[in-house]
Design a binder for this molecule. Structure first.
Ligand code: URA
Length: 438
């Protein structure tokens, strides 16, 4: 049987809503990675999956095929590794806080992160705002670092789940990212290949997330938890709202500064809270705390003590960066032009729209319009206020950190639309987190 007809048959079957077998999915992943099946056929299959979905067994089989396309990491049994993954948000810098914080608590944390995707930010872009920091470590260097300091914050290694990398790049340009089985298998293949024993998934929903509502987020969370448990890992998902940006900073150097503030015991309450929630679940899953309450108070104490900040310093140093930024965040690259945006009116500020703030930050240079664009680490938006309070005309609402005065003027229109007003009294946006354990 030649390659082309069989792929046509598989596309045809998926188009009719039939489930493919594990060996057929393996064949597609292998063939695509080896260049034996062309982009246009894989794109057609992805679109059929986008509309027809996959059975639970098919999603599991696709995850296995993605994992099996590359190497896998194994960690010593006496040094179980934890990992966390967010499905993408605006202003989410929790990994930069959580990794050193848990490592300071004696928990081995290996976090492989991505770059910004669509309107959402990526931890690797944020970390690269730190002068000199290397995030592309080969697997031997990664192992040595983890043995030495108990943690790493690095970019996705190309030899882990390479078929996911190839499929992901194709999904990004064929409007097939937003598919529950494709997202679930993509995320979980990377987590499983990286060898974590305990995984906490932060599944976001709302204006600034890929999942528009809580129901979609819950379905995605349940699928990912089932895949992780099926592979023998301890997994929990936290559903977290993403209607307003997390914290006040959106933009790479600005977010690193805010993460450092949190590690020094300060920073915005919502970033601290999400860090404590995700960290507590990881501590319980890995058996380092008996209850969520115990875990939370241990982590809160560590946040106040500065040991997490010291661990971040160590991590930056071994990854070749300027670790002095932790004690002196003014060493992070500053934007040449900072402009304050003042409230045009008296009124109740209902919400600061996460998606529009992300768009304004992107227009200032903090994100990418096209794949491969460079980001300007100095730029972004720092919110002075969030929704849920009364504002007086002329009160500062946000700072625009821009490369030039012209650049800040260009982003002003988008920024001003992000502030949503109400005629009646409003409350701060709810930050309740729901847990999905499978
Ligand atoms: N993040 C991933 O790693 N994969 C997806 O498909 C979506 C978000």
């Amino acid at each position: 049987m030649s390659t082309t007809p069989s792929m046509v048959v598989l596309i045809e079957r998926k188009k009719r809503g039939e489930a493919l077998t594990a060996s057929e999915l393996q064949w597609i992943c292998h063939g695509y990675l080896e260049g034996e099946i062309p982009d246009y056929q894989v794109a057609a299959w992805l679109m059929a999956v986008r509309w027809r979905g996959m059975t639970g067994a098919e999603t599991l089989a696709l995850t296995d095929a993605l994992v099996g396309s590359g190497r896998t990491l194994e960690w010593p049994a006496d040094q179980p590794v934890v990992d966390k993954h967010s499905t993408g948000g605006v202003g989410d810098k929790t990994s930069i806080v959580l990794v050193p914080l848990l490592a300071a608590a004696g928990i081995t944390f290996v976090k492989m992160s991505g770059r910004g995707l669509g309107h959402t930010g990526g931890t690797i872009d944020k970390l690269e705002a730190i002068p000199g920091l290397e995030t592309d470590l080969d697997l031997d260097r990664l192992r040595r670092q983890v043995e030495r300091i108990g943690c790493a914050l690095v970019s996705q290694n190309q030899s882990l789940a390479p078929a996911d990398g190839a499929l992901y790049a194709l999904r990004d340009v064929t409007a097939t990212v937003d598919s529950e089985p494709l997202i679930a298998s993509s995320v979980m293949s990377k987590k499983l290949a990286a060898g974590a024993r305990a995984i906490v998934l932060d599944v976001k929903f709302g204006r600034g997330a890929f999942m528009a509502n809580e129901e979609e987020a819950e379905a995605l969370a349940a699928t990912m938890v089932a895949i992780g448990k099926g592979a023998g890992r301890k997994v929990r998902a936290v559903l977290s709202p993403m209607d307003e940006p997390l914290g006040q900073a959106v933009g790479n150097a600005l977010e690193v500064r805010e993460a450092i503030d949190v590690l020094h015991g300060g920073g915005p309450a919502d970033v601290r809270e999400l860090t404590l929630v995700l960290g507590s679940h990881l501590m319980v899953l890995i058996g380092c705390a008996a209850t969520l309450g115990d875990a939370r108070s241990a982590l809160a104490q560590l946040l106040g003590s500065g040991v997490g900040a010291a661990k971040l310093e160590e991590l930056i140093q071994v990854q070749g960066g300027d670790s002095r930024v932790v004690a002196d965040p003014d060493l992070l690259p500053p934007a040449p032009h900072v402009e304050v945006f003042e409230s045009p009116q008296d009124g109740w500020l209902e919400r600061v729209d996460a998606r529009l703030i992300a768009q304004a930050a992107l227009e200032l240079g903090a994100g990418r319009r096209r794949k491969g664009d460079a980001v300007d680490p100095r730029t972004g938006v720092r919110l002075v206020v969030k929704g849920g309070r009364r504002i007086a005309a002329g009160e500062p609402l946000a700072e625009m950190h821009a490369a030039s005065e012209d650049a800040s003027r260009a982003a002003l229109e988008t920024l001003s639309q992000a502030f949503r007003w109400s005629d009646c009294p409003v409350h701060p946006f709810p930050q309740a987190h729901r847990i999905i354990e499978g």
